[in-house]
Design a protein around this ligand. Sequence first.
Ligand code: GMT
Length: 379
Amino acid sequence: MKIAIVCYPTYGGSGVVATELGKFLAKRGHEIHFVSYAIPSKLSIFYDNIFFHEVEMYTYPLFEFPLYSIALASKLVDVAIFNEIDLIHVHYAIPHATSAYLAKEILKFENHKKRIKIVTTLHGTDITLVGLEPSFLKTLKFSIEQSDGVTAVSNFLKEKTISSYKIKNEIEVIYNFVDVNKYKKCDSSEIKKLKEHFAPNNEKVLIHTSNFRKLKRVPDVIKIFHKVSEKIPSVLILIGDGPERSECEKLVRELNLTSKVMFMGKQDSISELLSISDIFLMPSESESFGLSALEAMSTSIPVISTNIGGLPELNINGKTGFTAKVGDIESMASFTIQLLTNEAEYKKFSENARKRAEEFRSENIIPKYEKYYEKILNK
Ligand code: GMT
């Protein structure tokens, strides 16, 4: 198949899923064309069968706001014609599903010989937050309904899309996936050195990774850690960056935790840091699946998370970790302490986390996309 993949190129979960999906499909012999305003961050080296097309932005004094959706549609038309694309797969509905719809209409108008199909994958805030804004809602609903196929990354997100937008299309749930060979506990000498660096006195290591948006509730991570560190010698590694970072740094100073909390900023590869960690914290107030929790579980790390959105579809309460209500810092701290002070229980949870993550291994999930493409192309 010749597939155009549209995604955000930055560190968000949807971009990671799109890029890893494209790389995997390319290895299976499909021709993959990524279309975005910058090269996806996980695509930094050469891969056979993968091409990148940058959406060029034209600026003009009248255009106070960049006209990305139109530029993307025009680029998709060119990519489709000159590469004989069969299917456009857009990740994150806004504005990608709208641009893809426009591109398809232009191709029809131009009498392009191929009837290109569009698959839209809903990831999270495109549905739960941004899409609900009155300035987007109607266009988003229309664009999703005009897609030939729609997938969502959890049952929660599927139900939320149906109830919030009254979408009539069938929505296929295809969960996030993980490379279980890359995200695997490793105790090489380099990893041991890394552990000594972050936890020189064999402290327990708590870890969180996100884009520091409000909905990730990173201050809760710090407050949970504060309670844990009062009982157990421990350190906290925070990976990622975003709008809430300065507030979080301030909170760490106020709580006198600067010697125990490391702000690592954006990191290209986190598998090494996961390998030295004991507990992954995800206290989000909205999460359609929780890709970074899956990566942690694949590294045999139990997850302490909230019980909202699609998180309970991944993190099984009392088995692979614990879940609690949004904002219940007390419970999340005591669950963490419980696991870190009971070696046998920790070992069981750690094994369960890995086993659970293996159900979401790339080899299990990605063929579902391939099958779905075939179904849509034969529709
Ligand atoms: O919230 C983010 O980190 C980014 C966001 C996105 O769409 O880029 O992530 C969403 O997609 C991920 C991959 O499908 C999911 O695992 C995340 O749960 C989801 N984030 C939210 O729902 C907040």
